[in-house]
Design a protein around this ligand. Structure first.
Ligand code: GUN
Length: 292
């Protein structure tokens, strides 16, 4: 069994990005600038956005954090997005999801300039991705592809089962794993809350990508020998023994599933750090695009 070490690979990627930024600086060019908008004060979202800002510092990017109150209206958020769209200093930005209930998420995603949409959530970019055109690939799926690529995990002709159909992970992942090329060329099954007999499906999978958010959902008896297991789950479970009062738990019963897997991602230290590294990568691509 081989651990797909997202922490190590994400550090390698950040080193590669930092080297590119240094070259830009040496040539007197503007360095990439990522902005993040966060609405409200959800603890997990604040942690993710904080990590994104810290990662920017680590590679030499400029970063801007825009914090808006929980009672922000659609119009106020759309005005802020317009401001960032028009600001020549900003190469790319994200609006952290989920948003409070009074805000129409679809309107928000449509308002982001597709050339600055480093999340790859705008329909133009999502459509380009589905049509094999060059574009921003959503950071978590992009991170999973990069892990499979850097470890040389074979995906061609394999049966990939994706668990969960979210717009952020499951849906794009199902499209990307079926694309021509590497990683890709898989036969993909997308499972969700209405899927019947999920064990029957997962037990036939060569590759399982679980993005459900249910701790320890995937048990050893649901997995065949030598399967590749990618765990996207990051649920906070209360734990008095931890300084923060919680621990992060994945979708996979790691202790038992790892005995059957050929490759497996840990939680934490698997997909999570890759998401941040690929957001930086998309921001570097945005900067390079804006220079053309
Ligand atoms: N919430 C959870 N994951 C993501 C992500 O990749 N991007 C944004 N904007 N929000 C998220």
């Amino acid at each position: 069994m081989i651990i797909l070490d997202g922490k190590k690979i994400s550090n390698d990627i950040k080193d590669e990005i930092a080297a590119e930024v240094k070259k830009m600086k040496d040539k007197g060019e503007k360095v990439p600038h990522l902005a993040a908008i966060i609405v409200g004060n959800d603890g997990a979202s604040l942690t993710y956005v904080g990590s994104k800002v810290k990662a920017c510092e680590r590679v030499g990017f400029e970063s801007t954090l825009v914090q808006m109150s929980n009672t922000t209206s659609d119009v106020e958020l759309l005005d802020k997005i317009q401001e960032l769209n028009e600001d020549p200093e900003i190469d790319g930005f994200i609006v952290q999801l989920p948003l409070p209930p009074q805000i129409n998420e679809q309107k928000v995603l449509l308002a982001v300039d597709p050339n600055k949409d480093v999340d790859g959530f705008h329909p133009t970019n999502f459509g380009k991705m589905a049509l094999d055109m060059s574009t921003f690939i959503p950071a978590t799926p992009f991170g999973i592809l990069e892990l499979l690529d850097r470890y040389g995990v074979e995906t061609k002709g394999k049966h990939t089962v994706v668990i969960g159909r979210s717009h952020i992970v499951g849906r794009p992942m199902s499209i990307l794993m079926g694309r021509k090329g590497f990683p890709g060329n898989s036969t993909v099954t997308l499972t969700h809350s209405h899927t019947k007999n999920i064990t029957q499906i997962t037990s036939q999978a060569d590759i399982i990508i679980s993005a459900l958010g249910v701790p320890d959902f995937l048990k050893a008896e649901m997995v065949k020998d030598d399967a590749v297991i990618i765990d996207v789950g990051i649920t906070r479970v209360p734990d008095e023994t931890k300084p923060r009062g919680y621990r992060i738990v994945g979708d996979v019963d790691f202790a038992n599933v790892c005995k059957k897997a050929s490759y497996i991602t840990p939680v934490p230290g698997g997909v999570g750090p890759m998401t941040i590294a690929m957001l930086l990568k998309n921001t570097l691509l945005a900067r390079e695009r804006h220079m053309l």
